[in-house]
Design a protein around this ligand. Structure first.
Ligand SMILES: [Zn+2]
Length: 464
């Protein structure tokens, strides 16, 4: 078996690995590459292989950097099955349609700029119809059910505890009289997180492909973050302010709502109007409700004793634009959760404009903000900031709680690695910025001196 490391090699974006085994070609992940527009356009539009010659594809979870380029792959001639868990398919169904809308808006923007230079318009990477067609190619099955997906290859999904439906991908292979197990970690979640289960332990692994997003970094303590959340949000509400939280639509928003539900039930936060203002978040929450089989025991119990963890009597989910605009003039204390998490796009930017000028309010970041995004600028104290091309002076309190990350920190990732059993012969380290991947690779060499550790460069081919 050999793997071509086509994406997320020495970077975290555009996950894509082409597996060749028993004269078959299996694509593992088909993510969108996210980065500078000119580079991203080129990378996402063109595949370095013929999609029509693939036998099938497997995807670990529904984040757009893992699943986001399937509509384009199918448009370019891929007709095989896309294997995933049920929840991954359902989340992909809403995320790919949302992504198509972003592609359309993006192409429109670029075309306008090109028109000024007398250049022809560009087509969107894919349309909503392409996204819906790709969803028809999904074949889904539950965790821990082993399915043959080709000659001498079967796949088993094991929980990765990263987002709803996320999986580690186990490939059991028979090739040229050899029999071996290959484990792709997918994105590994943090143990002890709310809603989701901890990552499963996989046994008897011969070859491992492991992520390294936080390969050189740790997270703060989760328990402290809940107290921070209570203190910060409680403080702002007490002074009659509004709490504005930029959050990613899938995962973080549902986790926050669940935390608030627990804090309000326990009388640790007052009952005030709460809003989740993002159409994608509303859709994603529906998918969460449909998949209690993905919940951990605590959430499952909560579901039976208190009702849906994502529904509160004082909570309103907003799809409608008019309803969203009505929040601009809402009197009194309230909590508004809206996308996107880095405040780069989405309705959150309107809420920052409308509520950022009031010193009673709190702007609370709950996740990582990549360099040079609006979120990172606000956190760095840039003031005024540019929103929608206008300078905006912020007077609201600005704070961050960091424990809601979906990725295991370095020591959690090492703990996950140590639990894997088997005679590991080769390990590839992927899905991390170069320094993180190299640093984590070094740590793995010390852990398993008998295993060969490779940190593939883009396009590198590794034999297993
Ligand atoms: Zn992910």
């Amino acid at each position: 078996m050999r793997i071509h490391y086509l994406g997320a090699a020495r970077t975290t974006t555009g996950s894509m690995y082409l597996v060749e085994v028993n004269q078959q070609r299996i694509l593992l992940e088909c993510g969108l590459y996210q980065g500078r527009r000119s580079v991203a356009m080129e990378r996402n539009r063109n595949f370095t292989f013929d999609p029509a010659k693939l036998d099938c594809a497997v995807v670990s979870h529904a984040h757009i950097d893992h699943v986001g380029n399937f509509p384009n792959l199918c448009k370019k001639g891929f007709t095989g099955n896309i294997y995933s868990t049920f929840a991954t398919r359902d989340l992909a169904a809403i995320m790919l349609v949302d992504s198509a809308e972003i592609q359309r808006a993006d192409a429109e923007y670029v075309s306008k700029k090109r028109a000024k230079q007398g250049l022809p318009a560009v087509e969107p990477l894919y349309s909503g119809i392409d996204a819906e067609k790709a969803i028809r190619q999904f074949v889904s099955f539950n965790y821990d059910r082993t399915m043959p997906i080709g000659d001498g290859v079967s796949v088993t999904f094991r929980d990765a505890g990263h987002i709803l439906g996320s999986a580690q991908v186990v490939l059991d292979v028979r090739e040229d009289g050899r029999k071996f197990r290959f484990l792709f970690s997918g994105d590994v979640g943090r143990p002890g997180q709310d809603i989701l289960r901890d990552p499963d332990v996989v046994d008897k692994v011969d070859f491992l492909q492991i992520e390294s997003t936080y390969g050189n970094r740790e997270h703060h303590d989760a328990a402290n973050s809940l107290e921070d959340l209570e203190r910060l949000v409680g403080g702002a509400l007490k002074r009659g302010g509004k709490v504005i939280i930029p959050a990613f639509s899938v995962g973080r928003t549902q986790q926050l709502v669940y935390e608030f539900h627990k804090l309000v039930d326990a009388g640790r936060l007052p009952v005030v109007p709460m809003f989740v203002d993002s159409p994608l978040s509303v859709n994603a929450t529906e998918v969460f409700r449909l998949h209690p089989e993905c919940f951990d025991e605590e959430t499952y119990r909560f579901l039976h004793e208190h009702g849906s963890p994502f529904g509160l009597s004082n909570l309103t989910y907003i799809r409608d634009v008019a309803q969203s605009k009505a929040l601009n003039t809402l009197p009194g204390p309230a909590v508004i959760i809206s996308a996107s998490g880095m405040a780069e796009a989405g309705r959150i930017r309107h809420h920052l404009v409308n509520h950022g000028g009031d010193a009673n309010n709190l702007i609370l970041f709950v996740g990582f903000c990549a360099e040079s995004t609006l979120g990172a600028q606000i956190l760095a104290g840039v003031n005024p900031v540019n929103i929608h091309g206008e300078p905006k002076t912020l007077r609201a309190q600005i704070a961050q709680v960091d424990s809601f990350s979906g990725h295991a920190g370095r020591s959690e990732l090492l703990a996950y690695f140590r639990q894997i059993t088997g005679d590991l012969k080769k390990i590839t380290v992927i899905h991390g910025e170069e320094t993180a991947a190299l640093s984590f690779g070094e740590a793995l060499r010390l852990e398993r001196p008998n295993a060969e550790v490779i940190v593939p460069t883009p396009g590198q081919i590794v034999e297993f």
